[in-house]
Design a protein around this ligand. Sequence first.
Ligand code: NDP
Length: 329
Amino acid sequence: MNMQYRQLGKSGLKVGALSFGAWVTFGKQIGDPVARKLLHTAYDAGVNFFDNAESYADGQAEVVMGAILKKSGWRRTSYMVSSKVFFGAKGDRPNEDGLSRKHVVEACHEALARLQVDYLDLYYCHRPDPSVPVEETCRAMHDLIVQGKVLYWGTSEWGAAQIEAAHAVCDRLLLHHPVVEQPQYNLFHRSRVEREYAHLYLSPGLGTTIWSPLASGLLTGKYNKGVPKGARLDTPGMEWLREEILKKPGVEARLAAVPRFAAIAKGLGTSLPCLAIAWCLKNPNIGTVILGASKLEQLEENLGALEVVEKLTPQVMRDIDAISGPVAE
Ligand code: NDP
């Protein structure tokens, strides 16, 4: 299988169309040997971006990933690794979360130690923080870049107006601009990426690394007959996500759409997860689709999505749209 590489927005970075992330799995749902197999399989398939965050398993996801990277023997130049700041890793005293200069800098230092790397390739503001002036956050990110601790910075789930405000500050104060946004994007969650950000792709040239391409597993069909044992929404500590996904208004319509997507996948000779991921890849404004997996077979299957993109003809895209459009946010 041949990985395709895409330019990340207007930055000089080239990122594999598929990348791999640690949320829920590393340091939590899966053992370290499985995590190691997943990371190695991804790397061997040409994945060059591994996504992480201070808050994943309260920092433990970075510890697990860092140990694997350290032992891998891979050239540091051959992959990118990220962290994200906002939710905090441990502790709930003031300044142990959020986007103040203090937390942005301290969280970076902690992520570097946990990941056992000298610099983060990408460092994201995991959510906007209305309690902190955006100038303060932009300058903290800029300073980390100047110090060589971070190469590029970005945002995650910031509104278009908030991203534009950050660019305006960086223009005014001559600071390094954010280059990337990490939004949710899948067949059930489209409007921010397709409409709200539409004007940002050309200028300032927003890059995207999108999350939950399978809507946490909803787009595999596994939740159409209840919650299977051991699946993400059955994982202790993830009750909030189970509520959010399975109790949200419109969930019946979304679940009813799943077999209809599956029928299209079958007609193309592929699986539902591959169809859902390939559909994300089809959008030219997507830099990379971040995959998640708790089992090796899942990752191996999902990497096959690269070959499905060419099967998504204009007619197939219209058929998918007819199902997705009415049920997607
Ligand atoms: P997905 O929506 O693809 O969900 C991944 C989960 O779906 C797996 O862990 C597995 O869960 C299940 N799954 C995956 N493939 C298959 C398959 N072929 N068959 C059956 N089940 C499958 O992606 P994530 O939600 O994990 O998001 C990907 C990455 O994006 C994260 O790891 C993280 O790095 C990033 N992210 C960023 C966020 C942000 O706010 N910036 C938020 C969320 C994620 P199981 O086996 O447990 O059922």
